[in-house]
Design a protein around this ligand. Structure first.
Ligand SMILES: *Cc1c(COP(=O)(O)O)cnc(C)c1O
Length: 401
C-alpha cells in the first residue's frame, strides 16, 4: 500500500522542472470539470447486460466465429509476422478481400489492421497539399486524422447540411482554389445514430467532380439488403468512389477495409502508409470476419432484431421524456447535457446490472454529454424493458411528451 501511495504521488506531481509538468495541470483541470476518463476492465462474463458494445449482431461470441479463428490460428500461428507487402498477407487475407469485394459489389477490396487505419490511410493517399477534404462536423476522429495526415486543407460543414456544403464547394471551384476535393462522411454517425443524406452527397460530388468517400463502420452488417450498408439501403452504393468499413463492429472481429475499383485498391496497396508500414491483421481476425460476414448474410433476423430493439428502446425512452433525436437502427443516444450528470446516470444504470457508457466531450460537443445505448441481436425485449424502467423518467423534462 505504501508503495502504491508513493507511486501515485509521483504520478500526480512530477518533480518541478520536468518537461512533463504540464500533465499534472491538465489532469487537475479534467478532475475539476468532471471529464477525467479511466479504463474500466470487464470480466469475460461480467454479468452485466450489454447495451454498450458495437457487437450489433452478437457475432463476437458466436461459436462458428470462434471456431474459424481457432482453425486459422492453428494453421498460421497468431500474429501475421510482417506487413502485408513483406510476408504478412496470407490466404486468409486474400479470401477475405475477395468476399468483401463480392459483398460490396466492387471490383476489389483491401484490409487494414483497424478501421481507423483504413480510413485515415485511404484519405492520406488520395489527397495532399493543394487539395481539400470536406468533413461533416460529426465525422469520426479517424476521418479528421486522415485529413490532417494528408496535408490537405481541412474543411468542415455543419452536420448533414448539404446546401452549405454545396455552396462552399461551388465557391471553391469558381475560385479555382483546390486541385482535388474529397467529400468524406460517416454513413451512420457513431454517437448519434442518424444517417448521412447520401443521395444529396452523391449529387453534389457529381456536380463538382469531387471524390466521395463514405465510412460505413456502424452500417456494415446492420443497414441495407444483406447488411450491405447505408449506401445500399439508400440505393446509391454504386455511386460511391471510396467505401470504408470495419470488421470490428457488427462483424465481431478486428480490422478495417476499403472497397472500390481495382485502380483505387492498387493505389492504396502502393501508397497507404497505414497499410505498408504496419503488421498485417492476424489471420484469425480475417477468418473470424469471413465467417461473421457469411452468417450475417444468411441470418437476416440478427439485423432485424438489433434494429427492432433499437426502435423499442427509442419509443420507451421518449415516452419517459428523454430527448433521443433522429437516430435509426441500434444506436440510441440519450442526451443528458452535462458530463457529470451523464456519468452519474451511467453509474446508476450499471449498479442495476446494465452496461451503458457515458459519452463526454471531446467525443461529443459540450453540453450534449449522453448515454450512448446500443442494442444487439444478443439482447432480448425484456432486457430493453428493464433498461427503460431503470433509466426512469427524465426529471429535467417538462413531462408533456
Ligand atoms: C469505430 C469507427 C471507426 C474505427 O474502426 P475500428 O475498426 O474500431 O478502428 C472508423 N469510423 C467510424 C465512423 C467508426 O465509428
Amino acid at each position: 500500500v505504501e508503495i502504491e501511495q508513493s507511486v501515485r504521488e509521483k504520478t500526480m506531481s512530477p518533480p518541478s522542472g520536468s518537461p512533463l509538468e504540464w500533465l499534472a495541470e491538465q489532469a487537475q483541470a479534467r478532475a475539476d470539470d468532471g471529464s477525467s476518463r479511466v479504463l474500466n476492465p470487464r470480466a469475460g462474463d461480467s454479468g452485466l447486460i450489454d447495451f454498450a458494445s458495437n457487437d450489433y449482431l452478437g457475432l463476437s461470441r458466436d461459436p462458428r466465429v470462434i471456431a474459424a479463428a481457432i482453425e486459422a490460428t492453428t494453421c498460421y500461428g497468431f500474429g501475421a509476422t510482417a506487413s502485408p507487402l513483406v510476408a504478412g498477407w496470407t490466404n486468409e487475407h486474400e479470401m477475405l478481400v475477395g468476399d468483401l469485394a463480392a459483398f460490396e459489389g466492387t471490383e476489389a477490396a483491401v484490409v487494414f489492421s483497424t478501421g481507423f487505419a483504413a480510413v485515415a490511410g485511404a484519405i492520406a493517399s488520395l489527397v495532399g497539399p493543394g487539395d481539400a477534404v470536406y468533413n461533416d462536423r460529426l465525422n469520426h476522429a479517424c476521418l479528421i486524422a486522415g485529413t490532417r495526415m494528408s496535408g490537405a486543407t481541412l474543411r468542415v460543414y455543419p452536420h448533414n447540411e448539404v446546401n452549405r456544403l454545396d455552396e462552399s464547394i461551388r465557391r471553391d471551384r469558381a475560385g479555382g482554389r483546390y486541385r482535388r476535393i474529397l467529400i468524406a462522411t460517416d454513413t451512420v454517425f457513431s454517437m448519434d445514430g442518424d444517417l448521412a443524406p447520401l443521395v444529396d452527397l452523391v449529387d453534389i460530388a457529381n456536380r463538382h467532380q469531387a471524390i466521395l468517400m463514405v465510412d460505413e463502420a456502424h452500417a456494415t452488417g446492420v443497414f441495407g439488403p444483406e447488411g450491405r450498408g447505408a449506401a445500399a439501403a439508400l440505393g446509391v452504393a454504386e455511386q460511391i468512389d471510396v467505401k470504408a468499413g470495419t470488421l470490428s463492429k457488427a462483424l465481431g472481429s478486428i480490422g478495417g477495409f476499403i472497397a472500390g475499383s481495382k485502380l483505387l485498391i492498387d493505389h492504396l496497396i502502393n501508397r497507404a502508409s497505414t497499410l505498408m508500414f504496419s503488421t498485417a491483421l492476424p489471420p484469425a481476425a480475417c477468418a473470424a470476419a469471413r465467417m461473421a460476414l457469411s452468417i450475417s448474410r444468411a441470418e437476416p433476423w440478427r439485423r432485424e432484431r438489433a434494429t427492432g430493439l433499437g426502435d423499442q428502446l427509442r419509443l420507451g425512452l421518449r415516452e419517459q421524456g428523454w430527448e433521443i433525436r433522429a437516430s435509426q437502427g441500434p444506436i440510441v443516444p440519450l442526451i443528458v447535457g452535462e458530463a457529470v450528470a451523464a456519468v452519474e446516470l451511467s453509474n446508476r444504470i450499471r449498479a442495476e446490472g446494465y452496461l451503458a457508457p457515458a459519452i463526454r466531450p471531446p467525443t461529443v460537443p459540450r453540453g450534449t454529454s449522453r448515454i450512448r445505448l446500443s442494442t444487439s441481436a444478443a439482447n432480448m425485449e425484456e432486457q430493453v424493458r428493464g433498461l427503460v424502467h431503470v433509466i426512469g423518467r427524465n426529471e429535467a423534462s417538462t413531462g408533456q411528451c
